[in-house]
Write a protein that binds this ligand. Sequence first.
Ligand SMILES: Nc1ncnc2c1ncn2[C@@H]1O[C@H](COP(=O)(O)OP(=O)(O)OP(=O)(O)O)[C@@H](O)[C@H]1O
Length: 585
Amino acid sequence: MEKEKGIIMLFKELNGRLREIKTITRPTADGRGTITFKTFMVEIPFSSDTQIDVGKLLLVETIRKGVYLILEITDYIPQHFGMINLDGTIPPELRNEIMRRIEETWNTNQAWIDVIATPVGYIMKEEDGKIEFKKGYVPPLPASKVKLFTSEALEKFIFYPEGTILGKSVNEEIDLKVNLLKAINYHIGVFAYTGSGKSNLTSLIVRRALNKYKDLKVVIIDVSMEYSILLLDELLSLNSRLVTLDRLPSNELDAGKRLLRTHVLPEELEDVRESIRKGFIKLYTEQKLRRLYIPPQGISYLSYGTLIEMIRSQIEDKYVSTSQKPLFMALLQSLDNLMRERKLTKDDIVDDTINPLLREAEEKAREAGVRDGSVIFTFLSSIKTYIQVKPSEVEEYDVESLAIEILDQDPSSPRLFVVETPNIDDARLVTHLLIENIYMRRKRAYSSLPVILFVLDEAQEFIPFETRQKDYTEQSSSSVEKLLRHGRKYHLHALISTQRLAYLNTNVLQQIHTYFVSTLPRPYDRQLISDTFGISDSLVDRTLNFDIGQWLLISFKAALKEDIPVMFKAENNVQELKENLKRYT
Ligand SMILES: Nc1ncnc2c1ncn2[C@@H]1O[C@H](COP(=O)(O)OP(=O)(O)OP(=O)(O)O)[C@@H](O)[C@H]1O
């Protein structure tokens, strides 16, 4: 009996009742269908210190005994009986008099509060003092009583007790504890208008994750030159790399000056400018800076997949004589045999193991009487020339070296990589080459450790709605899409952030299970979030009133125990950074 009482205490009687249920149907953001949301109106007695607030959860009785529907409050409006029908048809003097009286009688039984709430797709079952949460919907009983989730209930049923703290839940003031590894595992999206705190939250997630999970490595593709400052303390305390495409500084003084000049220093960090300069010098002296070499043509290797495509296009080319086509087909056949024998994949890089195959093809062409200088001879000799060209002897830190360091399982190897690529075309190319290289190596490796998280800011630049070959959007898009669709099996994950969902290839949204949403001014962007998660517009629209650093966390089987949207205020990454930088003053 005592136990039963304890559980019931987790939900507080509100003295409120469900009065109305409204249904709203609208076209989906892509215009291809419609979506319907339900809005509930709950009436509670008026009180100026009501416990009701936006983001809090309610339980309402349903048609089934012991089954409650869970609602989330999206708004609450004080109402007074005297105000109903008080409109412009009433003479002004009378209106004023009525309103004066209303003002005096808010705290009487003539007033109440209309609480607007929306179902979150969950029901709660209570049987013999046991409580169970289940996805679903059971029709609520109009006029039935309503209960309020207490902070304890939120902590007990929705947050992970051992989870990572990211901030405080709005209006409850309790720590938001999430399962960050699970969230990373199913990819994360951070969506908000510029200035809402995207980089702050991203840096916070990265530092929390790196400190909690020792098997995790993080690679940030930084187009806005922010993260080497926002995570400077982590770059200093962990083994790390600050990778740039620019010439490296020649000495430590130059390092301090140059790095400070080329990075965005947030206003709140002005007073620790000197510590940041010293931090940069330390990165230089600890040899954590690397200059990334990218070959001018971009792609530095020929894969079996590309070679197969090249042979195929010869077969399909109408200018290649019909007599040579069977020879190309035979080459394709022997290539296939070789790949089967050696268990090679399309992603593997072509090297001199294919030389005997090329020679055999040449011999066959001669036997068949193909003239010297014909397409097949030129084709074979150009492949041979390519294979013979040895990479330069100079030890360059290229995409391959970067990939090898990222995949290194040694616990003392670098764990945080900030790759600075302010030129967006370079950023796309580097992202494409890096993901492909890591993906290929991981596929062949026996281990899927370390877990790797790729962070892509301004994701719409990497996976845009429309792609083109010329600016590498096609390449980066296909690699990032591959990472989001198939990366999970290889422990390769992504955190993407953007301020405009409309410019993003929205097919990838389904692959992301955890969303952090703050103010998105465009209705289309907000509707897309509602559509993707089946969450009511009224809840997502609340983000319009969010302060900097406030977020709506929506997660599908990842960050939280139950998929109930939670509003929270994120901790301030800059504050933590400042605290840690004191060591470098
Ligand atoms: N949780 C928070 N607590 C306190 N201040 C915050 C919080 N989040 C962000 N800020 C402050 O708000 C400002 C903007 O944050 P931030 O740079 O992260 O936004 P953003 O969305 O990444 O902007 P942009 O798109 O312009 O890069 C910063 O000055 C930051 O310190």
